[in-house]
Structure formats: structure tokens, C-alpha cells
Write a protein that binds this ligand. Structure first.
Ligand code: CA
Length: 225
């Protein structure tokens, strides 16, 4: 999807942008409400807005209200800092289609966007969302993983880790790179966690687990590519 990300927290905006772009979205970023409204007017084809409610200057609620006032056909996903009924009601009243309470897991944001995208059902079809290595298939749309056609039940974290490895076949990824991808919002996670999760992942993949290769002194690599 073509997205407009409105977020004044630069660090969060940077992480979200990278993850969204990895998910093949096209991302415009606005750090405040004024810029958001300008970009929304000046940029053709924006399908959805990820809109932080707490912004300097014009608030997220006001941005949503003005976008709706202009009769724009785009989905609005509001990010709220507090899970208060008031914030939700005000946001939805202003025209948001959905909301997400911070802090959230990236997987949750991705799932909401998929739902909004399905609801809109417009614009070009996304490229094939199936990633593969040998007998391992991962469908990014349905979030299903199979080995030789047999479903494998993975936790969200294991799924993210496998997804990251499959996106870079043949490429050695460091533990830090894998941490950034699969644990984007975690603060107290050490690179050892990557080793633990790779172990779980290999175990669940059974025979196919050997496709995840250990690269000594670096990290891990998905065979192939
Ligand atoms: Ca904010």
C-alpha cells in the first residue's frame, strides 16, 4: 500500500518506516499534522494514513477530521498512547477506521493494515507474498508456514525471525540485524535470544531446520539464493 506515516517520535517513525518498507509498502513520513495535511494533498494515491493522535501543533484527531472533511477516500489507522475510551471514541468519531494502542507489536500493526487494505480492495495487487527456501514456504498474507506442505505452528516471534531469514536468502545476517527485525520494540533483549529462537525454529522445522545455517562469528543464514 501507499502509506502516510504521521508520527513525531523520530525513533519510532524510523523503525516503523523500515519495517513497513520491508513489507513492500511505499511510505511517506510526516513529523507533524501540518506536514501530514500538505503531503496528503500533494501526494497522489495514498491509500492509508497511520496517524499518531498526540502530535505537536495540529492534533491527530484534527488531521483525521480535516482529511475526512475533504472527502478523501483513504483508510485511517489511529495510534493512541493511552487505552482510554475517550481517546478511542474521539478518534473514531473524527473518522479513523481503526486504532492501535501504544506500545504495540509490529505484527499487530501489519495485521490491521492488511485488514484495512482488504476492506478498501482498491489499487494494484500486491506482489506474491510467498517466501520460500527448499521445502519451507512462508505466506506473508495468511501468516502460514509449511514444510513439504505440512503446516508448522510458529509463535509470532519465530515467524518474524523466519520471515527475515527468508527475505535474504544466502545472506549472512548478524544477531543484531535479526534482533532489529524480529524484536523492533524490545529494549531488554540480548543477542542470545536470537540463538534461543533459532533453536526453537530449527526444532519446529524438523529436517528442514538445517536450511538455517550458522555462520560462525556472524549469525545465521538461510541456505539458497
Ligand atoms: Ca506523539
Amino acid at each position: 500500500m501507499h502509506l502516510l506515516l504521521v508520527e513525531d517520535d523520530q525513533r519510532l517513525a524510523r523503525v516503523l518506516r523500515r519495517l513497513l518498507e520491508d513489507d513492500r509498502h511505499v511510505v511517506e513520513h510526516a513529523p507533524d499534522g501540518e506536514t501530514a495535511l500538505e503531503l496528503a494533498t500533494a501526494t497522489d494515491g495514498i491509500e492509508a494514513v497511520i496517524l499518531d493522535i498526540g502530535l505537536p501543533g495540529i492534533s491527530g484527531v484534527e488531521v483525521a477530521r480535516r482529511l475526512r472533511g475533504e472527502g478523501r477516500e483513504l483508510a485511517i489507522l489511529m495510534l493512541t498512547a493511552r487505552d482510554t475510551v475517550n481517546d478511542r471514541v474521539v478518534g473514531l468519531d473524527a473518522g479513523a477506521d481503526d486504532y492501535l494502542v501504544k506500545p504495540f507489536a509490529y505484527e499487530e500493526l501489519a495485521a490491521r493494515l492488511r485488514a484495512l487494505g482488504r476492506r478498501a480492495e482498491q489499487g494494484p495487487r500486491r506482489p506474491d507474498p510467498v517466501l520460500a527456501a527448499g521445502p519451507i514456504l512462508l505466506d506473508e498474507r495468511t501468516r502460514r508456514v509449511t514444510v513439504d506442505g505440512t503446516p508448522v505452528d510458529l509463535s509470532p516471534r519465530e515467524f518474524s525471525l523466519l520471515e527475515c531469514l527468508l527475505r535474504h536468502p544466502g545472506q549472512a545476517l548478524s544477531r543484531d540485524q535479526l534482533l532489529d527485525q524480529a524484536w523492533p520494540f524490545a529494549v531488554a533483549v540480548t543477542p542470545n535470544a536470537v540463538d534461543a529462537y533459532v533453536h526453537y525454529l530449527r526444532t519446529k522445522l524438523g529436517e528442514a531446520g538445517r536450511w538455517i545455517e550458522t555462520v560462525r562469528g556472524v549469525g545465521y543464514r538461510m541456505a539458497g539464493g
